[in-house]
Design a protein around this ligand. Structure first.
Ligand code: GTP
Ligand code: MG
Length: 338
């Protein structure tokens, strides 16, 4: 079964590479095959690991290309330089950017306080990270968003990448009922995939583009719950920390790029670990270090509050002040504290 799946994925990705090549050739666009000094074998290798266009190479670091293809340092640097010079690295005016910002949609949970904390809701075009201890409500927020997103636009669809086997259709039914929605339709509009390891998780994130381009789905939310659990479990010990961070970085870049290109919200959950050397404040720290921190547009720290409430603290955001609010989770969803 697993073998079949792998085979299917491999065939698909080979097919995809061919598709991409033919598509670009048809449009007379420059492809990585056009780069001077890049042989067919290297091009194939680059395509196989996701460097399907010049932009992806132009924005890569030499170390990434070396790791992906085994090419030499000089070749990698030259390749990046060529890709950069053959691309128009577009600048946008502030006006154009503002116009793009107008397209941002905010997905609202049932808690006004939580929505306001984020400037009105969970934004499309951004990565919103919630980190916190077990039972702090990260998965519940993911479920609530998967239902709420369906009201933001006609045909809006949620993608749920489930790494911990905690997605529950029964919970979706409860939430949909709470929102007065058709429960079958609510379930139909959530595409769930179980990720079995970090590579699988990364591949699934890339596959979101197929759902949009090939299946024509109007994806407005991608949940990755949990973003870091597989990475954390697979890469233990110092020696492999750099590898882990590099892969995590690539994964975050994929998510950020797609969120921006297709204007959907990425909601990721993250665990915390004890920080034993910390005596003041909260002695916990999010997994993934600065890689995850930098890639997330909004970071929210969740903790358990008094009387079963939850406290959300915005710790990083482009234009909102650091602040916190309470909410609670009940059968019908995420709610304001009375
Ligand atoms: P980990 O994944 O273990 O790190 O935790 P998490 O942050 O994802 O926690 P999760 O979102 O699963 O929070 C579960 C909590 O939501 C429970 O402990 C309950 O206190 C609370 N909750 C309140 N009402 C409900 C409900 O109707 N259904 C469910 N499933 N949970 C509820
Ligand atoms: Mg969870």
């Amino acid at each position: 079964m697993e073998q079949e799946l792998i085979q299917e994925v491999e065939t698909n990705s080979r097919k995809k590479r061919k598709d991409v090549r033919m598509e670009k050739e048809a449009k007379k666009e420059q492809t990585i095959y056009d780069l001077p000094g890049v042989g067919a074998a290297t091009a194939e290798k680059l395509m196989a690991v996701g460097y399907t266009d010049l932009m992806s190479i132009a924005v890569a670091s030499p170390a990434e290309l070396i790791e992906a293809t085994g090419m030499g340092d000089a070749v990698a640097k030259k390749l990046i330089a060529i890709a950069r010079s053959s691309l128009e690295m577009g600048f946008e005016s502030g006006e154009e950017l503002l116009k793009r910002r107008e397209k941002v949609i905010r997905i609202k949970t049932g808690s006004n306080a939580l929505n306001s904390l984020l400037g009105g809701g969970f934004e499309t075009g951004a990565i919103v990270e919630c980190f916190g201890e077990f039972g702090s409500g990260k998965t519940q927020i993911g479920h609530a968003l998967a239902v709420a997103v369906q009201s933001v636009e006609k045909d809006a669809v949620a993608v749920y990448i489930d790494t911990e086997n905690t997605f529950r259709p029964e919970r979706i039914i409860q939430l949909a009922k709470g929102a007065g929605m058709d429960t079958d339709e609510a379930l139909r509009n959530i595409k769930v995939a179980r990720a079995y390891n970090s590579d699988h998780q990364m591949l699934l994130a890339e596959k979101v583009e197929d759902l949009i381009k090939k299946q024509g789905l109007n994806v407005k939310l991608v949940v990755v719950d949990s973003l870091t659990a597989h990475f954390r479990a697979e890469f233990i010990g110092r020696g492999t920390l750099a590898d882990r961070q590099q892969k995590l970085n690539k994964h975050m870049h994929t998510l950020a790029k797609l969120a921006d290109m297709y204007n959907f919200c990425v909601y990721v959950t993250n665990q915390v670990m004890a920080k034993p050397d910390m005596f003041f404040g909260d002695p916990t720290q999010a997994i993934g270090g600065h890689i995850v921190a930098h890639a997330s547009t909004f970071r929210v720290y969740l903790r358990k509050g008094k009387k079963g409430t939850r406290v959300a603290k915005l710790v990083d955001s482009p234009n909102m002040p650091e602040s916190e609010c309470g909410f609670y989770v009940d059968e019908s969803g995420i709610k304001d504290v009375e």
